[in-house]
Design a protein around this ligand. Structure first.
Ligand SMILES: Nc1ncnc2c1ncn2[C@@H]1O[C@H](COP(=O)(O)OP(=O)(O)OP(=O)(O)O)[C@@H](O)[C@H]1O
Ligand SMILES: [Mg+2]
Length: 275
Protein backbone atom coordinates (compact mmCIF):
# COMPACT_ATOMS: atom_id res chain seq x y z
CA UNK A 1 0.00 0.00 0.00
CA UNK A 2 1.41 3.37 -1.02
CA UNK A 3 1.84 5.80 1.86
CA UNK A 4 -0.97 4.82 4.23
CA UNK A 5 -2.21 7.32 6.82
CA UNK A 6 -4.53 5.06 8.73
CA UNK A 7 -4.59 1.26 8.94
CA UNK A 8 -7.72 -0.30 10.36
CA UNK A 9 -7.56 -4.03 10.92
CA UNK A 10 -10.28 -6.49 11.84
CA UNK A 11 -12.15 -3.75 13.68
CA UNK A 12 -15.43 -4.62 15.42
CA UNK A 13 -17.79 -2.66 17.64
CA UNK A 14 -20.67 -4.06 19.67
CA UNK A 15 -23.34 -2.05 21.48
CA UNK A 16 -23.75 -3.91 24.72
CA UNK A 17 -27.52 -3.68 24.95
CA UNK A 18 -30.10 -6.44 25.10
CA UNK A 19 -29.89 -7.98 22.57
CA UNK A 20 -26.37 -6.79 21.64
CA UNK A 21 -25.98 -4.90 18.35
CA UNK A 22 -22.96 -5.84 16.25
CA UNK A 23 -22.68 -2.43 14.61
CA UNK A 24 -19.24 -2.87 12.98
CA UNK A 25 -17.95 -6.30 12.02
CA UNK A 26 -14.32 -7.08 11.23
CA UNK A 27 -13.65 -4.02 9.13
CA UNK A 28 -10.19 -3.66 7.57
CA UNK A 29 -9.13 -0.75 5.44
CA UNK A 30 -6.15 1.43 4.62
CA UNK A 31 -6.63 5.13 4.15
CA UNK A 32 -3.99 6.76 1.96
CA UNK A 33 -2.39 10.10 2.59
CA UNK A 34 -4.26 12.86 0.77
CA UNK A 35 -7.13 10.72 -0.46
CA UNK A 36 -10.86 11.21 -0.04
CA UNK A 37 -12.38 7.92 0.99
CA UNK A 38 -16.14 7.81 0.74
CA UNK A 39 -18.11 5.63 3.13
CA UNK A 40 -21.58 4.80 1.87
CA UNK A 41 -24.40 2.64 3.08
CA UNK A 42 -27.96 2.89 4.23
CA UNK A 43 -29.09 4.27 7.56
CA UNK A 44 -28.06 2.11 10.49
CA UNK A 45 -25.33 0.16 8.66
CA UNK A 46 -22.66 1.39 11.06
CA UNK A 47 -20.97 4.36 9.33
CA UNK A 48 -20.98 6.71 12.31
CA UNK A 49 -20.01 3.91 14.68
CA UNK A 50 -16.99 3.07 12.51
CA UNK A 51 -16.02 6.74 12.22
CA UNK A 52 -16.24 7.24 15.98
CA UNK A 53 -14.52 3.95 16.65
CA UNK A 54 -11.38 4.75 14.69
CA UNK A 55 -11.01 8.01 16.63
CA UNK A 56 -11.83 6.46 20.00
CA UNK A 57 -14.89 8.67 20.35
CA UNK A 58 -17.25 5.84 21.28
CA UNK A 59 -18.97 5.82 24.64
CA UNK A 60 -20.80 3.10 26.57
CA UNK A 61 -22.64 0.93 25.73
CA UNK A 62 -20.26 0.68 22.75
CA UNK A 63 -17.41 -1.78 23.09
CA UNK A 64 -14.54 -2.27 20.64
CA UNK A 65 -14.61 -6.04 20.52
CA UNK A 66 -11.74 -6.64 18.14
CA UNK A 67 -9.12 -5.04 15.97
CA UNK A 68 -6.59 -2.27 15.83
CA UNK A 69 -6.24 1.23 14.41
CA UNK A 70 -2.81 2.59 13.47
CA UNK A 71 -2.15 6.17 12.53
CA UNK A 72 1.00 6.84 10.53
CA UNK A 73 1.91 10.36 11.52
CA UNK A 74 3.32 12.24 8.54
CA UNK A 75 4.79 14.98 10.74
CA UNK A 76 6.73 12.86 13.23
CA UNK A 77 7.11 9.73 11.12
CA UNK A 78 5.77 7.67 14.03
CA UNK A 79 3.12 5.00 13.93
CA UNK A 80 0.54 5.54 16.66
CA UNK A 81 -1.55 2.72 18.09
CA UNK A 82 -4.76 4.69 18.59
CA UNK A 83 -6.23 2.18 21.03
CA UNK A 84 -3.23 2.53 23.33
CA UNK A 85 -3.28 6.32 23.72
CA UNK A 86 -3.73 7.78 27.21
CA UNK A 87 -6.55 10.31 27.73
CA UNK A 88 -4.24 13.34 27.42
CA UNK A 89 -2.54 11.97 24.30
CA UNK A 90 -5.96 11.14 22.95
CA UNK A 91 -7.20 14.70 23.40
CA UNK A 92 -4.27 16.07 21.41
CA UNK A 93 -4.52 13.36 18.79
CA UNK A 94 -8.15 14.21 18.17
CA UNK A 95 -7.64 17.83 17.28
CA UNK A 96 -4.04 17.99 16.09
CA UNK A 97 -3.98 14.85 13.98
CA UNK A 98 -7.60 14.01 13.31
CA UNK A 99 -10.67 16.19 13.36
CA UNK A 100 -14.31 15.50 12.87
CA UNK A 101 -17.27 17.30 11.40
CA UNK A 102 -20.15 15.65 13.21
CA UNK A 103 -23.47 14.60 11.77
CA UNK A 104 -25.77 17.62 12.18
CA UNK A 105 -22.78 19.71 13.27
CA UNK A 106 -23.97 23.03 11.94
CA UNK A 107 -26.71 23.05 14.54
CA UNK A 108 -24.19 22.43 17.30
CA UNK A 109 -22.75 25.96 17.27
CA UNK A 110 -23.39 27.93 20.43
CA UNK A 111 -26.24 30.33 19.55
CA UNK A 112 -25.14 33.03 21.99
CA UNK A 113 -21.46 33.26 20.99
CA UNK A 114 -20.02 34.76 17.81
CA UNK A 115 -18.52 32.35 15.33
CA UNK A 116 -15.22 34.17 15.80
CA UNK A 117 -15.10 33.49 19.51
CA UNK A 118 -16.06 29.84 18.97
CA UNK A 119 -13.21 29.42 16.50
CA UNK A 120 -10.86 31.25 18.82
CA UNK A 121 -11.73 28.80 21.60
CA UNK A 122 -10.11 26.02 19.58
CA UNK A 123 -6.80 27.89 19.55
CA UNK A 124 -7.12 29.01 23.14
CA UNK A 125 -7.52 25.42 24.29
CA UNK A 126 -5.11 23.69 21.96
CA UNK A 127 -2.53 26.40 21.27
CA UNK A 128 -2.16 28.09 24.66
CA UNK A 129 1.04 29.83 23.51
CA UNK A 130 -0.78 31.94 20.94
CA UNK A 131 -1.48 35.59 21.71
CA UNK A 132 -4.94 37.09 21.36
CA UNK A 133 -3.78 38.88 18.24
CA UNK A 134 -2.42 35.68 16.67
CA UNK A 135 -5.65 33.86 17.44
CA UNK A 136 -7.71 36.60 15.82
CA UNK A 137 -5.51 36.51 12.74
CA UNK A 138 -5.76 32.72 12.52
CA UNK A 139 -9.56 32.87 12.79
CA UNK A 140 -9.85 35.48 10.06
CA UNK A 141 -7.59 33.40 7.86
CA UNK A 142 -9.72 30.29 8.48
CA UNK A 143 -12.93 32.14 7.67
CA UNK A 144 -11.32 33.29 4.43
CA UNK A 145 -10.13 29.77 3.56
CA UNK A 146 -13.64 28.31 3.85
CA UNK A 147 -15.10 31.32 2.04
CA UNK A 148 -17.28 32.59 4.87
CA UNK A 149 -15.19 35.76 4.87
CA UNK A 150 -13.13 37.25 7.67
CA UNK A 151 -15.61 40.08 8.06
CA UNK A 152 -18.12 37.61 9.52
CA UNK A 153 -15.99 37.05 12.60
CA UNK A 154 -18.52 38.87 14.81
CA UNK A 155 -21.57 37.15 13.34
CA UNK A 156 -23.75 34.93 15.45
CA UNK A 157 -24.75 31.53 14.07
CA UNK A 158 -28.36 32.60 13.41
CA UNK A 159 -27.09 35.37 11.14
CA UNK A 160 -25.58 32.81 8.79
CA UNK A 161 -27.22 30.45 6.30
CA UNK A 162 -27.00 26.69 6.85
CA UNK A 163 -24.26 26.45 4.25
CA UNK A 164 -22.25 29.17 5.95
CA UNK A 165 -22.65 27.52 9.34
CA UNK A 166 -21.43 24.28 7.89
CA UNK A 167 -18.40 26.08 6.47
CA UNK A 168 -17.70 27.40 9.96
CA UNK A 169 -17.73 23.82 11.23
CA UNK A 170 -15.30 22.87 8.49
CA UNK A 171 -13.11 25.84 9.46
CA UNK A 172 -13.13 24.56 13.03
CA UNK A 173 -12.09 21.11 11.89
CA UNK A 174 -9.31 22.62 9.77
CA UNK A 175 -8.04 24.92 12.52
CA UNK A 176 -5.11 22.86 13.74
CA UNK A 177 -4.24 21.53 10.26
CA UNK A 178 -5.02 17.87 10.97
CA UNK A 179 -3.83 15.08 8.70
CA UNK A 180 -7.26 13.48 8.64
CA UNK A 181 -10.73 15.01 8.59
CA UNK A 182 -13.70 12.76 9.19
CA UNK A 183 -16.89 14.25 7.85
CA UNK A 184 -20.16 12.61 8.79
CA UNK A 185 -22.96 13.69 6.44
CA UNK A 186 -21.46 17.19 6.27
CA UNK A 187 -23.75 18.51 3.58
CA UNK A 188 -26.91 16.43 3.90
CA UNK A 189 -29.12 19.21 5.24
CA UNK A 190 -28.07 21.67 2.53
CA UNK A 191 -29.57 22.29 -0.86
CA UNK A 192 -27.87 20.67 -3.81
CA UNK A 193 -26.10 23.76 -5.12
CA UNK A 194 -24.60 24.65 -1.73
CA UNK A 195 -23.65 21.00 -1.25
CA UNK A 196 -21.73 21.01 -4.51
CA UNK A 197 -19.90 24.23 -3.67
CA UNK A 198 -18.81 22.87 -0.32
CA UNK A 199 -17.73 19.56 -1.81
CA UNK A 200 -15.66 21.28 -4.46
CA UNK A 201 -14.04 23.30 -1.75
CA UNK A 202 -13.23 20.33 0.46
CA UNK A 203 -11.66 18.68 -2.56
CA UNK A 204 -9.57 21.75 -3.30
CA UNK A 205 -8.51 22.25 0.32
CA UNK A 206 -7.21 18.73 0.65
CA UNK A 207 -4.99 19.35 -2.39
CA UNK A 208 -3.81 22.57 -0.81
CA UNK A 209 -3.21 21.21 2.68
CA UNK A 210 -2.65 17.54 1.89
CA UNK A 211 -5.02 16.05 4.46
CA UNK A 212 -7.04 12.88 3.94
CA UNK A 213 -10.81 12.77 4.27
CA UNK A 214 -13.23 10.08 5.29
CA UNK A 215 -16.49 11.35 3.86
CA UNK A 216 -19.64 9.64 5.11
CA UNK A 217 -23.03 9.79 3.46
CA UNK A 218 -25.82 7.57 2.28
CA UNK A 219 -25.83 9.67 -0.91
CA UNK A 220 -23.78 7.50 -3.25
CA UNK A 221 -23.98 9.80 -6.29
CA UNK A 222 -22.44 12.56 -4.21
CA UNK A 223 -19.62 10.27 -3.17
CA UNK A 224 -18.96 9.27 -6.76
CA UNK A 225 -18.22 12.89 -7.49
CA UNK A 226 -15.92 13.69 -4.63
CA UNK A 227 -14.19 10.44 -3.64
CA UNK A 228 -11.00 8.82 -4.83
CA UNK A 229 -12.12 5.49 -3.42
CA UNK A 230 -15.42 4.35 -1.96
CA UNK A 231 -16.19 1.79 0.72
CA UNK A 232 -19.66 0.30 0.61
CA UNK A 233 -20.94 -0.69 4.02
CA UNK A 234 -23.79 -3.02 4.77
CA UNK A 235 -24.94 -4.30 8.13
CA UNK A 236 -21.63 -3.49 9.80
CA UNK A 237 -19.38 -4.89 7.08
CA UNK A 238 -17.49 -3.34 4.21
CA UNK A 239 -18.73 -5.36 1.27
CA UNK A 240 -16.77 -3.56 -1.45
CA UNK A 241 -13.95 -1.02 -1.51
CA UNK A 242 -12.67 0.28 -4.81
CA UNK A 243 -11.93 3.39 -6.82
CA UNK A 244 -14.92 5.61 -7.45
CA UNK A 245 -14.52 4.86 -11.18
CA UNK A 246 -14.79 1.11 -10.67
CA UNK A 247 -17.65 1.40 -8.18
CA UNK A 248 -19.51 3.41 -10.80
CA UNK A 249 -18.50 1.49 -13.95
CA UNK A 250 -18.03 -2.03 -12.70
CA UNK A 251 -19.48 -2.66 -9.25
CA UNK A 252 -18.66 -6.18 -8.14
CA UNK A 253 -21.07 -6.65 -5.31
CA UNK A 254 -24.82 -7.08 -5.78
CA UNK A 255 -25.48 -4.70 -2.92
CA UNK A 256 -23.41 -1.96 -4.58
CA UNK A 257 -25.50 -2.40 -7.71
CA UNK A 258 -28.68 -2.17 -5.66
CA UNK A 259 -27.44 1.02 -4.02
CA UNK A 260 -26.51 2.53 -7.39
CA UNK A 261 -29.83 1.64 -8.95
CA UNK A 262 -31.72 3.24 -6.08
CA UNK A 263 -30.57 6.65 -7.29
CA UNK A 264 -32.52 7.35 -10.49
CA UNK A 265 -31.19 10.89 -10.75
CA UNK A 266 -27.73 9.51 -11.40
CA UNK A 267 -27.12 9.94 -15.10
CA UNK A 268 -24.27 10.91 -17.38
CA UNK A 269 -20.62 11.25 -16.52
CA UNK A 270 -19.21 11.31 -13.06
CA UNK A 271 -17.08 14.31 -12.13
CA UNK A 272 -19.41 17.28 -11.90
CA UNK A 273 -17.35 18.58 -9.01
CA UNK A 274 -14.02 19.99 -10.10
CA UNK A 275 -11.32 17.71 -8.70
N1 LIG B 1 -25.98 3.96 21.63
C1 LIG B 1 -26.45 2.92 20.94
N2 LIG B 1 -26.98 1.85 21.57
C2 LIG B 1 -27.43 0.78 20.89
N3 LIG B 1 -27.39 0.66 19.55
C3 LIG B 1 -26.87 1.69 18.85
C4 LIG B 1 -26.38 2.87 19.51
N4 LIG B 1 -25.92 3.70 18.55
C5 LIG B 1 -26.12 3.09 17.38
N5 LIG B 1 -26.69 1.87 17.55
C6 LIG B 1 -27.04 0.90 16.50
O1 LIG B 1 -25.85 0.58 15.79
C7 LIG B 1 -26.13 0.42 14.41
C8 LIG B 1 -25.25 1.36 13.60
O2 LIG B 1 -25.61 2.70 13.87
P1 LIG B 1 -24.87 3.94 13.22
O3 LIG B 1 -25.39 5.16 13.85
O4 LIG B 1 -23.40 3.71 13.27
O5 LIG B 1 -25.35 3.85 11.69
P2 LIG B 1 -25.19 4.89 10.48
O6 LIG B 1 -24.77 4.10 9.30
O7 LIG B 1 -24.30 6.01 10.91
O8 LIG B 1 -26.69 5.40 10.26
P3 LIG B 1 -27.22 6.82 9.71
O9 LIG B 1 -26.99 6.80 8.21
O10 LIG B 1 -28.65 6.82 10.05
O11 LIG B 1 -26.46 7.92 10.39
C9 LIG B 1 -27.62 0.68 14.23
O12 LIG B 1 -28.28 -0.56 14.25
C10 LIG B 1 -27.98 1.49 15.46
O13 LIG B 1 -29.33 1.29 15.82
MG1 LIG C 1 -24.61 8.07 11.05
Amino acid sequence: MRDPLLSVRDFSVVYDVDPPVEAVKNVSLELRRGEILGLAGESGCGKTTLAYGIQRLLKAPAIISSGSVEFHDGTTGETVDVNALHPEQMRRFRWDKVSMVFQGAMNALNPVATIGSQLEDVFEIHRPGMSRFERRRAVVELLEIVKVGGDRIRSFPHELSGGMRQRVMIAMALALRPQLMVMDEPTTALDVLVQREILAQISQLRHEFGFSVIFITHDLPLLLEISDRIAIMREGEIVELDTAERIWNAPKHDYTRTLLSSFPRLTGERGVVAR
